[in-house]
Design a protein around this ligand. Structure first.
Ligand code: IPE
Ligand code: IPE
Ligand code: MG
Length: 243
């Protein structure tokens, strides 16, 4: 557990992190891009654990987008290997997850992922399914538009099968048929690396999210940035269309 955890009056229930800037971090040091991803993976663990200790209930980390397959084969392979490595360390981390009662969920397309990675994903989800203290979503092979397209197809199929009427379709129907069904929407989405875009991350869920941008590159992201985000969040006045 981290020492000196500050107290906050209002905590976001759900934070989304777009883990960006690994490549530039490596380039600045004359290293291969994969070295940036490796460092980024360490930061992912640290930040996840810190947020758990602060008391955040839901986290979503963007790890690999449906568009990231367009990267050089070597980089994609290095990323897939990192995901496997993270999950293979399951035993030691199960210890960590047990302490913090973290439930791991993977959101995104399962199709197209290497078989051995899929097995590890299913195992991690199974073994942490009973934890209720917090949920950590890892968006892997995730694309927001693909997510909504799947939901539309599933709903259309239910109508076709006579399980529901077109007039029964509400916003809640969409919420119930996307990967994050049953979870609160992200209160705040964090994007480091100086980019000001969502890049297909949670487009439906972010309708009323706050945003936090910074030039820091993900491998340089620290607990103090989390504190800054939480301090900043105290001052946000969320009106949801009201006055
Ligand atoms: C984010 O870092 C990690 C993934 C997209 C997998 P990048 O690899 O996009 O880093 P930059 O944006 O090139 O610096
Ligand atoms: C978004 O970062 C995806 C992840 C962080 C996993 P990208 O680096 O792929 O986004 P763009 O290409 O800059 O929009
Ligand atoms: Mg990037």
């Amino acid at each position: 557990m981290s020492d000196n955890i500050p107290q906050f009056e209002v905590l976001p229930q759900h934070i989304g992190f777009i883990m960006d800037g690994n490549g530039r971090w490596a380039k600045e040091r004359g290293l291969e891009r994969s070295a940036g991803h490796k460092e980024g993976a360490k930061v992912f663990r640290r930040i996840g654990e810190y947020c758990a200790d602060v008391g955040i209930k839901y986290l979503t980390f963007y790890a690999f987008s449906t568009e990231n397959w367009n990267r050089p084969k070597k980089e994609v392979l290095a990323l897939m290997n990192l995901f496997k490595e993270y999950l293979r360390e399951g035993d030691t981390r199960t210890g960590e997850n047990t302490i913090r009662q973290m439930r791991l969920r993977f959101i995104g397309e399962r199709e197209g992922l290497p078989k051995d990675l899929l097995k590890l994903i299913e195992k991690a989800e199974r073994e942490t399914a009973h934890y209720e203290k917090m949920t950590v979503n890892i968006a892997l092979n995730y694309g927001g538009r693909a997510e909504i397209t799947h939901a539309v197809k599933d709903i259309a199929q239910m109508v076709k099968d006579g399980k529901m009427d077109v007039s029964d379709i509400t916003e809640q129907t969409i919420c119930d048929n996307i990967y994050t069904a049953g979870q609160p929407d992200p209160d705040i989405i964090v994007r480091p690396s100086g980019e000001y875009r969502l890049s297909n991350f949670l487009p439906w869920q972010s309708a009323y999210s706050e945003f936090w941008f910074s030039n820091v590159l993900w491998p340089d992201f620290t607990e103090e940035h989390v504190n800054e985000i939480l301090r900043d969040y105290q001052k946000r006045n969320r009106r949801f269309g009201g006055v």
